[in-house]
Design a protein around this ligand. Structure first.
Ligand code: FMN
Length: 339
């Protein structure tokens, strides 16, 4: 098999592979992160630093100041500022710096939160600790009848602008699919300084346990079918916006990753499959991708990227509403199902 060039550009970074390890606990261990690199990951996104952890740090700081002010001079021996206490931000910065020392591939730090009260300003610390880029995950569920879609978009843009002011490294926005004018919003993000988007955040949905009459919530692995929503949107956005396109959700096999790249993704992120099968499985997916490219006489990722995007495929309508009507027209009942 001749050598096939898997390299791709993402957020202005040259990656050796379009397979990127998604934000997950896998980056909490240096050994696991190294195994991801050895398996061929093009970059690694760290688990998120959550807004709540940053607020916790601020609360702890003000508790310390208040206590110090009322005369507990010995406070620094038991308040959480001694060397034994490592708050969220410190821990995160240490792990980021350690990942940078251990790995040659780019390390993308991740910030996760929703409020507009200044937490993204901490992004500058991540840049200083060596992050090659930042991923901003605004995990925001708008259930307030008084908040409009325009208001939600403005919240995202405001957070992005605030972070953009703090850092010069590339920023990608990890989005949910719930935007009424997604293409326009992505263009607004680009104008506001985003270098890429990650499509789409996977929301973990609540359920109801009928036996115990309780609302439950649990993490479930994605399935390959989950690539279809990001696939459509990457195909629609490819060639229309200038920023990098990443997908997350549902990549379990080489076929999944190839489909997303054919639709126009610069990179695809993997999480569930790596948690299920271990970091080394990334190498199997990569080898199978290479085998497919070789069998079909492609020499590089660049040869296939966007080849079946809406802009370039033979039947662009398939990504649009018109295809919906055609599908309904051609629907035939399963054998044995009565009218
Ligand atoms: C255990 C677990 C932890 C995760 N932690 C984060 C996180 O810290 N930040 C984040 O943006 N996404 C996080 N995610 C979401 C993943 O990065 C990914 O976007 C999602 O699981 C969809 O990809 P998949 O189908 O490959 O699992 C987490 C997912 C799982 C299962």
């Amino acid at each position: 098999m001749n050598r096939i060039d898997l390299s791709t550009d993402y957020l202005g970074l040259r990656l050796s592979s379009p397979l990127v390890a998604s934000a997950s606990p896998l980056s909490r261990s240096l050994d696991t992160a190294k195994r991801l690199e050895d398996a061929g990951a093009g970059a690694i996104v760290m688990y998120s630093l959550f807004e709540e952890e940053l607020h916790h740090q601020e609360e702890a700081a003000s508790r310390f100041l208040i206590n110090a002010g009322i005369g507990h001079g010995e406070a620094d021996s038991f308040l959480p500022f001694g060397s034994s206490y490592r708050h969220g931000l410190d821990q995160y910065l240490e792990q980021l710096a350690a990942l940078k020392r251990t790995l040659d591939i780019p390390v993308i730090a991740s910030l996760n939160g929703t409020s507009l009260d200044g937490w993204v300003d901490h992004g500058q610390w991540l840049e200083e600790a060596g992050a090659d880029a930042l991923e901003l995950n605004v995990y925001y569920l708008c259930a307030d009848p008084n908040e409009s879609g325009a208001g939600v978009e403005e919240r995202y843009l405001e957070l992005l602008r605030a972070l953009r002011k703090q850092v010069s490294v590339p920023i990608s926005m990890k989005l949910s699919p719930y935007f009424s004018g997604l293409a326009h919003f992505v263009a607004c993000l680009e104008q506001a300084g985003a270098d890429g988007v990650v499509l789409f955040n996977r929301f973990y949905q609540p359920d109801i346990d009928l036996d115990n009459l309780q609302v439950t919530s649990q993490l479930t692995w994605s399935r390959s079918a989950d690539i279809q929503l990001p696939l459509r949107w990457v195909a629609l956005l490819y060639g229309k916006v200038g920023l990098s396109l990443a997908t997350t959700s549902g990549v379990h096999t080489a076929d999944d990753a190839l489909k997303l790249i054919l639709a126009g993704a610069d990179v695809t992120q993997l999480c569930s499959v790596l948690l299920e099968k271990g970091p080394g499985h990334l190498a199997t997916i990569q080898q199978n991708m290479i085998a497919w490219l070789d069998r079909n006489e492609y020499r590089s990722i660049a040869d296939v990227k966007g080849y079946l995007s809406r802009e370039r495929c033979a039947d662009p309508g398939i990504f649009d509403r018109s295809n919906y009507l055609a599908l309904l027209d051609n629907y035939s009942r399963a054998k044995g199902v009565r009218r």
